[in-house]
Design a binder for this molecule. Structure first.
Ligand code: ADP
Ligand code: ZN
Ligand code: MG
Length: 498
């Protein structure tokens, strides 16, 4: 590699507090414009902000999940700038002592081209208020202040990443983490999670280069594309002996390129000074305990535990853990299946397969997000019971899948459904032999061909014809005959030469 690249991310997440960070206005996406506003978030002179402690608590949860230290005192500063979406002409933010400091996140997973494992240092997490939203129409710019004052947590990394795909994975992992913590919905399209990406390149051993900040990245894919584009663009500049200009650029998703937006301000341009209307916040033991108590098992850890405890592959565990609700469902179902007598790994594999194929398909078909898996009539307990019925040979895999659909439609127990519909698997060899006899009578030509292919040692043909006859036996029993026993009975009958 001719150059080394350095990538640092600034990720903004909307915290799921019911009200805004410094006033009592409702904090929700998609309401009628300018309905959730008050003198405080509109920036009227003389009003007093009051800290929403829940925002501070959620912010500290993320900070701790990122292994940050929470300082003994944390406070707010005013960051001055003029912009129509910020009526006070300053934003209340944190500068000198943010709520979370010097942490790290273990980046681990499959990248697009290589597997990734590295520790990304977190510089800080700070709490601030969001600005309003500007909507540019053809002739006018409209302003919606519903978003002004919404709790925003900014997570700033050190420039420890090197490729677009590392940054993409970082965003995905962070998104999963804040969703697990229940502090952000992670919806990038609605802007609940937004990222600015900083990137520079330099000759190896020369340290950081001149950084460019890419704004307007509303998907993790754009983060990757934008960064990879910038790394190439900056490399070409250096190749030509030219310099990279320190600036802010915008990602243009229609043209797949970045374009200059403005040259970037420095911290001193903002004239930060301590916010005089808010007291310094000193987290006490009770507050800190409430933060630690709310930290659930984080996704990466859970994936590893699920691999170790249940013998699933890394890939299966990762898919199951994509949503916390789904991982909870999985573990509840396995626990129940074990209580009903299945061995752990057998139960886990059966339930994982159901989850990742059939249940996934059902959720998709019904338009239910995986996070709402708990609302299905197909409860974890019912999926466990069904798995037990299949494992014990009471119902065939095929009828088992049909049972799934009936559970969803009729909201009843799998055992009842299987009994009522007569879907209990036929395992009595004598009964199956009777059906085999009837099928042989109807399929004389096939039976004759099967005999000659057996004599001729044509294994492939033998296999095909046997499978066909098994299918006929299954059809004749409404899918109830155990296919293995049907196969044995067919072989037996062929052997007798009848
Ligand atoms: P600013 O004061 O311009 O906001 P910061 O020091 O706060 O800069 O860093 C903002 C982000 O940019 C961080 O994520 C940081 O890791 C990243 N960053 C800083 N300098 C560089 C650089 N030279 N190359 C790449 N990323 C950088
Ligand atoms: Zn308000
Ligand atoms: Mg900064």
């Amino acid at each position: 590699m001719k150059y080394r690249s350095f990538i640092g991310l600034e990720v903004h997440i909307h915290l799921l507090t019911k009200t805004k960070v410094f006033c009592g206005c409702r904090s929700v996406f998609g309401d009628e414009p300018n309905t959730n506003i008050c003198p405080v978030c509109l920036g009227y002179p003389g009003v007093l902000p009051a800290l929403n402690i829940e925002a501070m608590r959620m912010g500290c949860m993320v900070a701790r999940a990122m292994n940050c230290r929470i300082p003994e005192t944390t406070w707010f500063e005013r960051k001055q700038y003029f912009y129509p979406d910020m009526t006070k002409n300053y934003q209340i933010s944190q500068f000198a002592s943010p709520l979370g400091q010097e942490g790290w996140m273990e980046l681990e997973g499959k990248g697009r081209s290589a597997s990734i494992k590295k520790r990304v240092r977190i510089k800080e997490c700070h709490l601030e208020e969001d600005a309003g939203k500007m909507i540019h129409t053809g002739t006018a710019s409209l302003l919606d202040y519903n978003r002004a004052g919404v709790s925003l947590l900014e997570i700033v990394t050190e420039p420890d990443m090197e490729t677009g795909e590392e940054a993409e994975l970082f965003i995905q992992q962070l998104r999963r983490t804040v969703r697990y913590l229940g502090v952000c919905d992670g919806n990038m399209e609605e802007g609940s999670l937004r990222a600015d990406a900083n990137v520079s390149i330099n000759f190896p051993g020369k340290g950081l280069g001149k950084k460019v900040e890419i704004k307007n990245l509303n998907s993790s894919r754009f983060v990757r594309l934008g960064l990879d584009y910038e790394i190439v663009r900056q490399g070409e500049l250096l190749d030509q002996g030219r310099e990279v200009i320190q600036e802010t650029r915008l990602w243009n998703e229609n043209r797949d390129e970045t374009a200059p937006m403005r040259t970037k301000e420095n911290a001193q341009d903002y004239r930060y000074f301590p916010e005089p209307d808010l007291p310094v916040f000193c987290p006490d033991a009770v507050f800190l305990k409430s933060v630690e108590d709310s930290l659930t098992e984080l996704p990466l850890k859970r994936v590893k535990r699920i691999v170790a405890d249940y013998g699933l592959t890394e890939e299966q565990a990762d898919l199951i853990c994509e949503e916390k609700a789904q991982a909870d469902y999985f573990e509840a179902a396995v626990k129940e299946a074990r209580a009903q007598g299945l061995e752990t790994k057998d139960a886990a594999l059966r339930i994982a397969n159901f989850l990742l194929v059939d249940v996934k398909h059902i959720l998709h078909r019904e338009g239910i997000p995986p996070s709402d898996i708990g609302t299905l009539k197909l409860t974890a307990k019912r999926l466990a019971s069904l798995s037990v019925l299949i494992a014990g040979g009471t119902v065939s895999g095929k009828n088992g899948k049909q049972t799934l659909e009936v559970i969803l439609a009729e909201d009843r127990e799998p055992e009842t459904i299987v009994k009522e519909r007569g879907w209990e698997q036929l395992t009595d060899p004598a009964k199956i032999a009777e059906t085999v006899q009837a099928v042989f009578a109807e399929e004389q030509a096939t039976v004759a061909e099967l005999r000659s292919s057996l004599i001729g040692g044509n294994a492939k043909r033998t296999h095909t014809l046997t499978a066909y006859l098994v299918g006929r036996v299954l059809a004749a029993t409404n899918g109830r005959a155990d296919p293995k026993i049907a196969g044995t009975q067919i072989e037996k009958r062929i052997g007798t030469g009848e």
